[in-house]
Design a protein around this ligand. Structure first.
Ligand code: 5GP
Length: 181
């Protein structure tokens, strides 16, 4: 049976949580810190698709270190709720063995997705692995996971915009927003 499409939330219900300017300033600060920490090293920056792609694109353009990029795609959400199970949809194209890897993620919620990636990279012999997360729902954590570079701590609400979707809607919003019930 074809699943019933989940309605696109009305614009009137969308409220800004973080403005475009606030995000820009924070991304620049994160990029400056990362550039300092990796000065003189070659870095592999991994974007977690799809939600992290806007943050990733803004971040790498501000990095002052030599970096290559790779992509990984996982799924743990079904509509607006976490399924609790992480599925690998598409793995890295290059081996992380012997490389300094920075994982760039849009948001950490339960922590399961990031933990899955960290374990996988350690198993594959990465030289070092750090995490850079734009949004951290600290109060929703189900499993402890290390966040090395954090943009903002956000409340345990479903957020959209700046790459984050609601059933593939609103990824292109330039700011981060919540949907009012
Ligand atoms: P975790 O495994 O930490 O529970 O969830 C991480 C993934 O779930 C994120 O990469 C993101 O794709 C999705 N996610 C978690 N919270 C939100 C949210 O508030 N909004 C959106 N759009 N995605 C979320």
């Amino acid at each position: 049976m074809t699943p019933r499409p989940i309605e696109k939330p009305d614009r009137a219900r969308i409220k800004t949580l973080l403005t475009k300017n606030k995000i820009n300033r924070r991304v620049s600060r994160l990029a400056a810190r990362i550039s300092r920490d990796y000065a003189g090293k070659k870095l592999t920056v991994v974007s977690v698709l799809k939600g992290g792609v806007v943050f990733f694109a803004d971040l790498i353009r501000r990095l002052e270190v030599d970096c290559s990029v790779d992509f990984i795609s996982l799924s743990s959400y079904d509509g607006k709720s976490s399924s609790g199970k992480v599925t690998l949809l598409s793995d890295l194209k290059e081996s992380p063995k012997g490389k300094h890897v920075l994982i760039v993620e849009d948001i950490v919620d339960s922590g399961r997705t990031l933990k899955y990636i960290l374990k996988s990279l350690a198993r594959k012999g990465a030289l070092s692995v750090r995490t850079c997360v734009l949004l951290d729902k600290v109060s929703a954590r189900k499993t402890p996971v290390r966040v090395d570079y954090r943009g903002f701590t956000v409340p345990d609400r479903y957020v959209i915009g700046y790459g984050l979707d609601y059933n593939e809607h609103y990824r292109g919003l330039p700011h981060i927003a919540v949907i009012e019930d």
